[in-house]
Write a protein that binds this ligand. Sequence first.
Ligand code: FEO
Length: 397
Amino acid sequence: MRTVEIKKNIYWVGATDWDVRDFHGYSTYKGTTYNAYLILDKKITLIDTVKKEFKSDLIHKIRSIIDPEKIDYIVVNHVEMDHSGALPDMMDLIKPEKLICSDMGKKALLAHFHKDDWPYEIVRSGDAITIGDNSIQFIETRMLHWPDSMFSYIPEKKLLFSNDAFGEHWATTERFDDEVPLGELLRHAAKYYANILMLYSRLVGKQLNNISELGLDIDMVAPDHGLVWRSHVKDILDAYSDWSNNRTVNKALVIYDTMWHSTEMMAKAISDGIEKEGVNVRLFNLDVNHRSDVMTEVLDARAIVLGSPTLNNGILPGMAGFLNYMKGLKPGSKIGAAFGSYGWSGESVKIMTQYMKDMKFDIIEPGLRFQYVPDHSQFKECVDFGRRIGKAVKEGD
Ligand code: FEO
């Protein structure tokens, strides 16, 4: 449990959660970190805290540098419990002169902890405070991803504390982006974006423009999860630009749920057809793939092809859950298509198509449905259907 000096007199004092495997529906199969940062200056400042269960880690780390009671200010960039759960105990221990947050942050803190006697200091975008040799500028980032969210920026250090933005759920002992393989890091960042921020892509784009218009000179981005960006700041900013602009690649996903393998066989034949057109395909059986991993692939896929048999005049529960999750995350415009087997009523294709229409996908119609078990000629129809999808994906290049 070591602290890490990320810039002169600025320390990572967060906690590593090796065990968490589910983060409100997101599969955190490699754990996560809850990052907090301690700034030593005339006014000693703590940026964010950690999840309640990890308060001892935070206190221990701070104590290895200074006596926690010496902290003057606590900045709350975001009220969600993974960053504020330890706050009540830290407030009791530290009794800071100021608890700095956005206006929405104060409202959220009151609604969470019901403490109206805390020394709230509300800051707005453009406000700055001097803490000695350093100053902290505040940038509200409403709905990225909560109403209270904000960034804190230290111009003297070219350091942006970005809270959830630019983070990843990945527990490591390494603290910097250049200490781990960049591809794996960006993959975790993509998963984070796809499952937490995707529905706010329009606001992410605006915020990136805002950072550019403010002319912030940034050579380090310190998020509240995962690793600190110092060597690949441009890579993560460019990736956010791509993701928020819904930039897609030559890739189709065939996502399916199956009962007696007929829909699965259709999925494979459709994939063959797509591949024959020179398009990359990924098959996801929802029985064995976690929805949050599928969403990571949705992020830059150009086509989403959904398969489910009909069950009880509806779709299989795995597909229903996935569609509900994906619809909530509002992926940008995609090519969509649906298929599935059925016994007698056969509503599944219509239901999946309607979901995709609601998400403003460009649908390839009619979808494909076959009764019970497809025969040889019907598999050929699946391949042809796949070829139509593949051609549409290529036209998007
Ligand atoms: Fe990491 Fe929105 O909390």
